[in-house]
Ligand binder design. Structure first.
Ligand code: FMN
Length: 203
């Protein structure tokens, strides 16, 4: 597959086969993904590859997420979409492996009177580390697609971050996202892409 097809045909997978991923395949994928760009080349990212009993305990934490998110979803979507979203959050589609991507924890105070550039100076580390981790995650998603693996990038687990971090024994880092990974057991249709996103200037 060429890169354009990998980008266009990657889908968020929310149902996985009950099939383990060989560690060598995952390791190769993650080592490649780590060639992502990062702000001032800090590479301030950490990946936890979780399966087995610890994964099951994380799923218990995810139930807290679904309770927190349900009222919000109910305001926006039909009952069918709410139920499928909640059931995915509860069992993460049966994914055999969860990837938890972390960055250092940053604390700061923002005032609403600050200019954007003043804000940026204060938020710089968190902003840059978040973007860098996002580049790493996108690499993971695309490399997985190339290897016949499915993924779903989730930020919903941040709603249960304290509990997840406690389960992971992590105190000094912030969870960026959770990525489910495994062999897909569905072939979802591509959600519509919105137009009018590119402005050509001087053409
Ligand atoms: C930053 C980010 C956060 C996301 N969080 C969630 C999530 O919490 N739960 C979920 O089911 N999907 C999540 N997604 C997946 C999106 O819903 C999905 O990418 C989008 O609907 C487009 O579908 P596609 O990935 O199949 O192209 C997230 C995606 C991104 C990039």
């Amino acid at each position: 597959m060429n890169l354009s097809s990998i980008i266009r045909e990657r889908r968020s997978i929310r149902k996985y086969q009950d099939k383990d991923i060989p560690r060598e395949i995952l390791n190769e994928l993650l080592e490649d993904a780590l060639w992502a760009p990062s702000g001032t080349n800090r590479q301030n990212w950490y990946i936890y590859v979780v399966k087995g009993e610890k994964k099951e305990r994380l799923l218990e934490s995810m139930k807290q997420t679904s309770r927190a998110i349900k009222p919000k979803l109910e305001k926006l979507f039909s009952e069918e979409i709410v139920n499928s979203t909640i059931s995915f959050i509860n069992n993460l589609g049966g994914a055999p492996v969860l990837l938890l991507v972390y960055m250092p924890k940053h604390t700061y105070d923002l005032s609403k009177d600050m200019s954007l550039s003043e804000r940026y100076k204060i938020e710089y580390d968190r902003f840059t580390n978040t973007l860098s981790a996002a580049a790493l995650i996108q690499n993971i998603l695309l490399l997985a697609k190339e290897k016949g693996l499915g993924t779903c990038w989730l930020t919903a687990p941040k709603l249960a971050e304290e509990r997840i971090n406690e389960e992971m024994g992590i105190t000094d880092m912030e969870l960026v996202s959770l990525v489910t990974i495994g062999y897909p057991d569905q072939d979802p249709r591509a959600p519509r892409r919105k137009g009018e996103k590119i402005q050509w200037i001087g053409y």
